[in-house]
Structure formats: structure tokens, C-alpha cells
Design a protein around this ligand. Sequence first.
Ligand code: ATP
Ligand code: MG
Length: 172
Amino acid sequence: IETGQIKMHFESIDLYKLTEEIFEQFEEKAERKDIKLRIDGAVRKVLVYADWQRINQVMTNLVSNAIKHSFDAGEVVVSFDSSKKNVVTNVTDTGEGIPPEHQTRIFERFYRVDKSRSREKGGTGLGLAIVKHILDGHNSKPEVESTPGKGSTFSFKLPRVKPEGETDATKN
Ligand code: ATP
Ligand code: MG
């Protein structure tokens, strides 16, 4: 996958706003399965240093998967864990989950857990390979935690940008 041909554009981006925009785009798809899209937490501005377009692609792929694999009437939740230096973004679904033996392989190109199930749900098996590739360009990598029958959480870390006015003593 060659996404490296177009120059990276790093800047301070707001992950909260980016997530809101993506949720808007997936509103109908989620509604059709009666899935609730929610951002967890009280903080309404989450600044990181990253390439907006590429992280938009990462979040689009993760939210798309989360909706696709969620049970009807489930929930897709995005949450942010901020420390002094980093922000971890989590995308959690209430879905079929991924068996442990597949969890390390789903980031490979064209890899799908269940071929018949995947055929019926569509897709090429490239989404997570692209996620991995883009995060690699941010010196980061995607992680997955999943319980079959319950759901999955996909997470990735990006460098945090201090909001204006925050001193070193404000946050640990
Ligand atoms: P594409 O993203 O190219 O449309 P895809 O969704 O099948 O196709 P990936 O996004 O790379 O491909 O995901 C690879 C496989 O990992 C999926 O086919 C599915 O088996 C599994 N998977 C990914 N996300 C989830 C999830 N949230 N819950 C359960 N399984 C998942
Ligand atoms: Mg996908």
C-alpha cells in the first residue's frame, strides 16, 4: 500500500471534532442497525499532533469496522485517554469480537477472520492494513483487545498537544 507518495502534513488536530464529523457520516449506517454512536468523556477538545486526513482515514476505517461487526441495537464508543505526553484513542464496539488466534493477523492485507461472514458483509480486507500503515507513518501502531461474543476495542496513541494556558503542573 503506497500512501507515502503524498506528503504528510502534521499539525495540531482535534480528535473530538474529527470523531464528530465521522459519526455524522456514519449516522445512517448506524441507524439501520439501531447502533448508538457515542463519544465518552467530558472533555470536548482533544488535541494531538498528526496528519488530519490520514487520521481521518484511520478513524473512518475503525468506526466502519465497529459498526459492521456490532450486533443490532449495540453501541460504538470512542474514548480518549490523555496523559502528559500522549493521547490514546479507543474505538469500542459491542459485537462478535475477534478470536485470540486471529488478533495478530487482522492487520495483514486481505486478512479476514471468517471468509463466509466477510463475503456477506463485504469489504476487501484492506482497512486495518491501511490503519497500520498510516499509524506507522506517525511512529505509532494499532492495538486490539477483544472478547469473542462481547466486542472489541481498537486503540492507538498519538502525541498530545497542550491546550493554550496549560502549565506543566496542570496535567500528569
Ligand atoms: P475493508 O475494510 O477493506 O472494507 P474488512 O473490513 O473486511 O474490509 P479490515 O478492516 O482490514 O477488512 O478488517 C479485517 C478483518 O478483521 C475483518 O474482515 C474482520 O474479520 C475483522 N475485524 C475488523 N474489525 C473488527 C471488529 N470491530 N469486530 C470484529 N471483527 C473485526
Ligand atoms: Mg474494514
